[in-house]
Write a protein that binds this ligand. Structure first.
Ligand SMILES: Cc1cc2nc3c(=O)[nH]c(=O)nc-3n(C[C@H](O)[C@H](O)[C@H](O)COP(=O)(O)OP(=O)(O)OC[C@H]3O[C@@H](n4cnc5c(N)ncnc54)[C@H](O)[C@@H]3O)c2cc1C
Ligand SMILES: *[C@@H]1O[C@H](CO)[C@@H](O)[C@H](O)[C@H]1NC(C)=O
Ligand SMILES: *[C@@H]1O[C@H](CO)[C@@H](O)[C@H](O)[C@H]1NC(C)=O
Length: 438
């Protein structure tokens, strides 16, 4: 009981710190806008010193927001965001939308709203991919442009080879929507489905599929002795019960050694073979650290993450102006999650604002147990929320009535009106205007 009380106290503390962070951002942003109104601001063409951000999902978009809102109106710096995706990818709902129809578009949040109210000229947005980085510039894949930087933020996150259910391997929303619909159709016409990987994505997609299609044979294969093994025992048990309740067949301590797409035969390490007509791979998220492979090979850890200092500067003394945040950073987060990615983004933004003003980047990042709060769906109408600090854990079971889960909330948080995707046009127009000026 005492442990649980401590846990509750920590939750309150964490929430207060988060509130203070938002308040601080809002106050500073208001001051900057006031200064701009009184004394004018520099336009994009006069801001020649670039703070380049590579990747703008949870971590990078947050960095862009804070820096663009907090740069002084007469700052010579501006933010340059390079992001290949046309929209923000709301990863949390991807497993659900691989199963349930009609919500696909909600996983793609229009960019722009998060930067509402920033001073014109404080940022430039480029839809492209960075393919190489040297000591002074980043090189883009599409335009082949080289962009000089004074500060660089790498927030490239993680990815998988096969895309869905974990990631959308397409940059355009329209294609992403089609990829999700393709998954739904393949599932609908399948009789036997093999899902590999008993992390959150695997458990969610398997329970959703079995809940929507009770007659189908859904098999979940996981290499460990429990699903959700990165989390507390309580969540492991809840997840297992959720799978059993619906009748998902669970195969533990097995690995898929071969999957023959043509015949549908899945071979396990034990030699066991399963024939299925739909195979979903929910394993193998890998940090996308290739962009620094030539610049600083010694900074890439054995797991593929980019090593960092507590300030989230890259762990390479010769590159003090490069910062790393989110899933690609080697922060030893037990389970990578959006909250810690955004908190890392906040630290990076604050440190760059300090460094750009000639001060020491003195903010440090530490993992916090409350970042790892997870809400796991166990079928279409229920979920369990888990909080744990290693000593004790709290579990809350809830009824879920919204098929689209937290999509609407995510849109609002990102400054977009659910689910109106008109923003991109206005945003593109403004970005083009900025580009033509520079
Ligand atoms: C299926 C699934 C469900 C999840 N559910 C939850 C959940 O419920 N709660 C939770 O907290 N977390 C959840 N997560 C984890 C969460 O999505 C990640 O922790 C989070 O996305 C990390 O944010 P990030 O910005 O570091 O990386 P990402 O979100 O991976 O974003 C990286 C960005 O960088 C861009 N990029 C990559 N390479 C380049 C390049 N070379 N040049 C330019 N841009 C590039 C990408 O296009 C992308 O936009 C889930 C993850 C998955 C896969
Ligand atoms: C699943 O995806 C991961 C990462 O993309 C890959 O390494 C692995 O080989 C895939 N597994 C199967 C059985 O296809
Ligand atoms: C997604 O990835 C798969 C597997 O790597 C590939 O075959 C497919 O062409 C990719 N799709 C898109 C739209 O990039």
């Amino acid at each position: 009981m005492l442990e649980k009380t401590k846990l509750y106290t920590k939750i309150v503390g964490y929430a207060l710190v988060m509130l203070w962070t938002e308040l601080r951002l809002a106050i500073r942003g208001a001051i900057v806008r006031r200064q701009a109104a009184l004394f004018g601001s520099l336009g994009g063409e006069e801001r020649s010193r670039n703070i380049v951000i590579v990747g703008a999902n949870f971590a990078g978009y947050r960095v862009a927001q804070i820096i663009a809102k907090n740069l002084s109106p007469r700052s010579p710096y501006r933010v340059v965001v390079v992001e290949p995706n046309s929209h923000f990818h709301f990863t949390w709902v991807l497993p659900r939308f691989c199963v349930v129809k009609g919500h696909e578009h909600k996983a793609f949040i229009p960019y722009g709203g998060y930067l509402d109210g920033v001073i014109k000229g404080s940022y430039r947005w480029i839809q492209d991919k960075v393919i190489d980085i040297d000591r002074n510039t980043v090189r883009l894949q599409g335009s082949e442009e080289s962009i000089p930087y004074e500060f660089l933020v790498i927030a490239t996150g993680a990815g998988v080879q096969d895309g869905l259910p974990s990631r959308v391997n397409s940059t355009e929303k329209a294609d992403g929507v089609k990829l999700l619909q393709g998954m739904q159709k393949r599932l609908e016409s399948a009789k036997t489905v093999v899902v590999v990987g008993g992390g959150a994505a695997g458990v969610e997609v398997a329970t959703d599929a079995k809940d929507l299609y009770p007659e189908k044979h859904i098999i979940l294969i996981h290499s460990r002795d429990a699903v959700m093994h990165r989390f507390g025992k309580g969540l492991q048990k809840s997840a297992r019960e959720g799978l059993e309740r619906l009748g998902v067949e669970l195969i533990l301590e097995e690995r898929v050694v071969n999957e023959d797409a043509a015949s549908g035969v899945v071979t396990l390490r034990s030699g066991r073979q399963i024939t299925c007509d739909f195979f979903m791979n929910c394993t193998g998220q890998r940090p996308l650290s290739d962009v620094v492979a030539t610049l600083s090979p010694s900074s890439i850890s054995s797991s593929g993450h980019i090593k960092v200092k507590p300030s989230l500067q890259i762990a390479d003394d010769s590159l003090p102006n490069i910062y790393i945040c989110g899933d690609v950073a080697d922060t030893n987060t037990p389970n990578p999650n959006a909250r810690s990615a955004m908190r890392q983004g906040t630290i990076v933004a604050d440190n760059i604002l300090r460094a750009a003003a000639g001060k020491t980047p003195s903010y440090v990042y530490e993992n916090q147990w409350a970042d790892g709060v997870i809400k796991l769906t166990l079928g279409l109408d229920r979920s369990v929320t888990h909080l744990g600090d290693g000593n004790s854990e709290l579990l809350f079971a809830s009824k879920e009535t919204d098929e689209a889960l937290m999509s609407a909330m995510a849109w609002s948080r990102m400054g977009a009106k659910p689910f109106e995707d008109t923003y991109m046009d206005a945003h593109t127009a403004e970005t083009e205007a900025d580009i033509s000026k520079s």
